[in-house]
Design a binder for this molecule. Structure first.
Ligand SMILES: Nc1ncnc2c1ncn2[C@@H]1O[C@H](COP(=O)(O)OP(=O)(O)OP(=O)(O)O)[C@@H](O)[C@H]1O
Ligand SMILES: [Mg+2]
Length: 316
């Protein structure tokens, strides 16, 4: 379990992290989602004891990160941003080196290495040099590095950056399966990433948490009201004028026309369901309804909404 309370950190005059608090329960995957410079890596470096915070407290599995960093480090596997590896080492040599650093007893090293090779799919590269590896395999090796001592907590800073779509899916699945037994925090600015991998998301912008929830909850926060898409065949001007008279409507957008069918995006003021009203309006007017569905707002829209609002509110 990870508990963070009111952590702040500045670099000179740059406030990188401002009063951040959150919890992650065992078995949960939490995503940090935020644009460049949001403070994701800084928060991760603080939690992994590579950096001290200016104020606030945090604990990992009950151990305070400031007063008990050795116990904290034992329990954390960390994949840093840019996954620094010793290029001149062989893959097996590197894993043995990490096992030694992690003080894994000599007789267990072989088993531990076999386990992470298996989890991370390293068999085919085990006798290669790190400098020969493709980006995806380097990333997998970085994950193996983070996992070798079987930590309770995993902190992964942009684990899929630079990977091809196949590798992204593989690493995501890997994280998901690891995440069932461990507590995981990962960062990303790739929006589908967090919705695919994480149970919960914190949207971070300019060092602050500007939104949090499950991917679904966040979508409904930004939504406020609700949007439906309707395809209607009938006289355009008349349709517009009648739709505009609907009481629950707050906004109407004409999306286009195809073969005499006009497509509209209709927004309602609250969670009021417009669908029924649209259906009866169309039927009563003698037009035809070719489609009618509720639009789901994706995380991308929430993200842009929350982060740009924040930027507008805080000049500089
Ligand atoms: N070592 C440093 N010295 C000075 N400023 C720093 C340092 N590291 C980070 N910063 C600043 O702190 C802020 C947060 O940076 P951080 O690296 O935590 O962001 P991030 O969310 O990880 O961004 P990215 O998505 O680009 O990795 C930025 O304004 C950054 O310029
Ligand atoms: Mg970063």
């Amino acid at each position: 379990m990870i508990e963070v309370k009111n952590i702040s950190k500045s670099y000179g005059t740059t406030k990188a992290v401002r009063d951040i608090s959150f919890r992650v329960e065992k078995g949960d995957v939490l995503g940090f989602l935020g644009p460049n410079g949001a403070g994701k890596s800084t928060t991760m470096r603080i939690l992994t004891c590579y950096l001290t915070a200016d104020s606030g407290t945090a604990s990992i599995s009950g151990f305070d990160i400031f007063t008990n960093p050795l116990e904290v480090r034992k329990r954390i596997g960390y994949l840093p941003e840019n996954n620094p590896l010793y290029m001149e080492m062989g893959v097996l040599e590197h894993l043995k080196f990490i096992a030694r650093m992690r003080k894994i007893p000599g007789q267990s090293v072989k088993t531990k290495i076999e386990q992470v090779m298996d989890i991370c799919g390293l068999e085919e590269i085990i006798s290669k040099d790190i400098s020969e590896l493709s980006k995806g395999f380097r990333q997998r090796l970085g994950l193996a590095h983070a996992l070798i001592h079987d930590p309770e907590v995993l902190i992964l800073d942009e684990p899929t950056i630079g990977l091809d779509p196949y590798q992204i899916i593989e690493i995501r699945n890997l994280i998901k399966s690891i995440g069932r037994e461990k507590t995981v925090i990962l960062s990303s600015h790739i929006l589908p990433e967090v919705s695919a991998t994480c149970d919960r998301v914190l949207i971070i912008n300019r060092g602050e948490i500007v939104g949090s929830g499950t991917p679904l909850e966040l979508a409904s926060i930004a939504q406020g009201g609700q949007k439906i898409i309707a395809g209607i065949r009938g006289p355009f001007e008349e349709i517009i004028s009648k739709l505009k008279k609907m009481e629950k409507l707050s906004d109407i957008k004409h999306l286009g026309e195809n073969n005499g069918i006009n497509q509209f995006e209709l927004s309602s003021k609250s969670a009021a369901d417009l669908s029924e009203e649209v259906f009866f309006l169309v039927a009563g007017s003698g037009w035809s309804l070719t489609e009618l569905f509720r639009k789901t707002i994706n995380l991308e829209e929430v993200f842009l909404d929350l982060t740009t609002k924040e930027a507008r509110g805080k000049p500089g």
